[in-house]
Design a protein around this ligand. Structure first.
Ligand code: DC
Length: 221
């Protein structure tokens, strides 16, 4: 069984995907981390965030991968574990920019599909239900109001020692969501057969509970 979780930033996709993976004994795959690793690479190369096209010339030699330690996902850029370096607002913008390049999406496609072939996965991202795993048994598109998402993202950044106002986080988030939603290749939109789940008024535990009910209903288990 594969479960696809898509939706805009800050909706809580990762927490939900982790919760479902734990409940159903599956592997959790955060695909945003792959785009973030490519974004980090572009930044280190001095490629400007407003035109990341030059990164495409390096895709032949670039290596980005995932591994798991104590059930936690780690992302590798070549052999370096960059998991702790990719959650900054700057890398979020780089990730969104590189993710709009069709060649980057093609480069990361097989890594994602291989994970789903080899394991039962709960995979979160933007195009999992539409492009990466169109045959996923369950597809959830997770949404929440802009303000709720911005407040959650601010708290997440603060827990990593990064300070920002809600207004700053909101502006960044809306810009990134627009990029992700309006790009030509694999835009972040719900699959026709996805179930929309709005968790603006739900806690993390309630969101997981609601999604477990969706999965059980869909799978008749
Ligand atoms: O989920 P995230 O915020 O870590 O993702 C970072 C960026 O990567 C996001 O702005 C859009 C892009 N992304 C994508 O285009 N497709 C995915 N499956 C996952 C992420």
């Amino acid at each position: 069984m594969n479960i696809a979780i898509d939706g805009p930033s800050g909706a809580g996709k990762s927490s939900l995907a982790k919760g479902l993976a734990k409940y159903f004994g599956m592997i959790y795959v955060d695909t945003g981390a792959l785009y973030r690793a490519v974004g980090l690479y572009a930044k280190r190369k001095g490629i400007p965030v407003d035109d990341v096209t030059p990164v495409e010339a390096d895709l032949d030699t670039l290596r980005v991968g995932l591994c798991y330690k104590d059930r936690e996902q780690h992302v590798l850029l070549f052999d370096e574990d960059v998991t702790a370096l990719i959650r900054t607002p700057e890398i979020s913008m780089y990730a969104s920019a590189v993710s709009a390049r069709p060649a980057v999406r093609a480069f990361l496609l097989e890594t994602q599909r291989r994970m789903a072939r080899e394991h039962s996965v709960v995979m979160d991202g933007r195009d999992i239900g539409t492009v990466i795993l169109p045959q996923a048994e369950v597809k959830i598109f997770l949404i929440a109001s802009d303000l709720v998402r911005a407040k959650r993202r601010k708290a997440e950044l603060e827990s990593k020692g990064i300070c920002a106002t809600v207004e700053e986080v909101l502006a960044d988030m809306q810009k990134r969501d627009r990029n992700d939603r309006e790009r030509e290749t694999a835009p972040a939109v719900p699959a026709a057969d996805a179930i929309l789940l709005d968790n603006s008024d739900l806690t993390e535990a309630e969101t997981i509970e609601a999604a477990i009910a969706v999965v059980k209903e869909k799978m008749k288990i």
